[in-house]
Design a binder for this molecule. Structure first.
Ligand code: SF4
Ligand code: SF4
Length: 545
């Protein structure tokens, strides 16, 4: 039962029952869950020294009672009590999350939670004033109504970990459930660098926490496959056969897909459409500029993008060339490391980053242009990722300074190629790693609204809500990811557009799968494909077919 008792001056608790997130903008009063809400355990009012947190180190955040009181006001139990609270946040959330949570109960426990290699920084933790403004923007808080699944709660757990608390299944679970969408950073008035905090924390979890064997195997498979185009490419033929023979509807009707483990079901549903024409699109190593050369740029063709969405790369090269750029697509490039970085696999991410820097820096480029939001976000962080490597630290900083999302690059250069009309209505979805992590919101909209006859609509409700893609999140956490995907799909459909436009391959696959589950598929495109169609004078139908 949800308690109706709210603290004076506090608005209603987060609505995991009615799904209305409300405004994504920071509100005057943060929406806080009340004690006992959503069927959770009543919080144990914390006292100094209780719960293993002991007295907090001087200078690290507020006093224990203050923090604990805030956590309690937020409906949180003390971290040591969390196991009882987990999974009971609300019936709807529990329906999809409960099984996932149980899956992770391995019995792993390591104390203290963090080793000395870049734990979440105490000074960054201290920036959080526990105001709660980020809570309504946090997707996992909206889904579960659990303080420890909010940014504020996770920061509190990081602090407890710094002070000696053990990293166990429950703490790891709260960190695992974070999408890394960085919507909380957009909402935070105190400028808390949650990206740095969760990145450091995930690296600690990956290094120190022992996941259950099936989880380790599944993650091992994902990371042995997706960052490697040469391993993905042999899958194209069987996947195309699977789709060509229309096996999916047959297997679905026979109930076979339903009986697969949830994570395999998720992988199957996220499979991109692989028509022949897309598979044949390629990017030459060099594309000459149209007219006078205005810049020499490299483009990241990526791993998943290169194999499953080569049409986006081809469109990127054409648009850049049309805008007067000499475009270099070095054939030796590989994965940029974004998937690994966002999953806490530090050494792997660093290896990919070094290789990417090696590949591009000798080409003497003005900029390195990226068309996948998650990749651009990671590449802008190379300086931080390689800060301890004397051979790469400075090179990484210089490299990161040259990285641009394709929309911000073209808008910064100043578009000159004539745009032809595209008579269609499109709705634009902000990819989290473009809008929140990179702060790139206007340029893709400016590119789209500059196209004659194109009507651009916004996702009116829950615009800042993540679609649930979030790197590998939709594969490892299919329950909450599916809920988020379907919420996003409903909100996209409400815009009444003919075409969904978004700048991340993960978002495209995630929302497409959700729309298909709802039985209302919608044509989709990357913004650069729309610009490309306009510059080439293609008919609107080329994007809608
Ligand atoms: S992260 Fe920012 S918005 Fe959230 S509680 Fe801390 S200071 Fe407030
Ligand atoms: S990154 Fe996203 S899911 Fe994680 S705490 Fe911030 S808003 Fe919540």
């Amino acid at each position: 039962m949800k308690s109706e008792q709210h603290s004076p001056g506090q608005p209603s608790p987060p609505p995991h029952a009615d799904w209305s997130l409300g405004s994504a903008e920071p509100t005057a009063q943060p929406a806080l869950p009340t004690a006992g809400e959503g069927g959770k355990q009543q919080p144990s009012p914390p006292t100094a020294g209780e719960g293993g947190s002991g007295g907090m180190s001087p200078g690290v955040g507020p006093e224990p009672a203050h923090v604990g009181a805030i956590a309690a006001a937020g409906g949180a139990t003390r971290p040591r009590d969390l196991a009882q609270g987990v999974g009971v946040a609300g019936a709807a959330a529990e329906a999809t999350v409960g099984a996932g949570r149980g899956f992770h109960e391995s019995g792993s426990r390591v104390a203290p939670a963090f080793d000395e290699r870049h734990p979440p920084a105490a000074e960054l933790i201290a920036d959080c004033v526990h105001c709660g403004f980020c809570l309504p923007s946090c997707h996992t808080y909206v889904l579960f109504g659990e303080e420890m699944d909010s940014p504020r709660g996770r920061i509190y757990l990081m602090k407890e970990g710094l002070e000696g608390m053990a990293l166990d299944d429950t703490m790891a679970r709260h960190f695992d459930l974070c999408l890394g969408c960085m919507a909380c950073m957009t909402a935070c008035p105190s400028g808390v660098q949650y990206d740095k905090l969760i990145e450091a924390t995930r690296q600690q979890v990956e290094r120190r926490y022992v996941r259950p064997l099936p989880d380790r195997l599944f993650r091992g498979l994902v990371f042995a496959l997706f960052p490697y185009p040469a391993r993905l490419r042999p899958l194209l033929a069987p996947l195309r056969l699977y789709q060509g023979l229309r096996l999916r509807p047959l297997l679905a009707r026979a109930g076979v897909l339903r009986r697969l483990p949830a994570r395999l079901q998720a992988m199957e549903s996220l499979m991109p459409d692989l028509p022949d024409r897309i598979a044949r699109a390629t990017v030459p190593p060099r594309t000459a500029p149209v007219g006078d050369k205005r810049a020499r740029v490299g483009i990241l063709t990526g791993c998943v993008q290169r194999v499953f969405f080569p049409g986006v790369n081809a469109a990127t090269a054409r648009v850049l060339a049309a805008e007067g750029c000499e475009v270099i697509a070095p054939p030796g490039q590989g994965c940029c490391g974004a998937l690994s970085l966002h999953a806490g696999r530090e050494a792997e991410a660093q290896a990919f980053a070094r290789r990417t820097i090696d590949t591009f820096e000798r080409l003497r480029l003005d900029n390195v242009v990226v068309n996948a939001a998650g990749c651009g976000s990671a590449m802008k962080e190379y300086g931080h990722l390689l800060r301890d490597d004397p051979a790469y630290a400075e090179r990484a900083r210089r490299f990161s300074a040259k990285v641009r999302d394709v929309s911000e690059f073209v808008q910064g250069l100043g578009p000159v190629a004539p745009r032809h009309p595209l008579a269609l209505t499109a709705v634009y979805h902000d990819a989290c790693h473009l809008a929140h992590a990179q702060g790139v919101r206007k340029p893709p909209r400016q590119q789209l609204t500059a196209i004659p006859e194109l009507r651009l609509k916004e996702v009116a409700r829950e615009a800042n809500l993540c679609c649930g893609s979030a790197g590998i999140y939709n594969m490892v956490e299919p329950g909450p990811a599916n809920e988020l995907g379907e919420r996003k799909a409903h909100n996209v459909l409400a815009a009444g557009a003919q075409l969904l436009v978004t700048a991340n391959p993960g978002c495209l696959l995630q929302i497409r799968a959700a729309l298909e589950r709802l039985g209302q598929p919608l044509p989709m495109a990357h913004p650069i494909e729309v610009v490309d169609a306009s510059i080439r004078g293609l008919p609107a139908e080329s994007l809608l077919s």
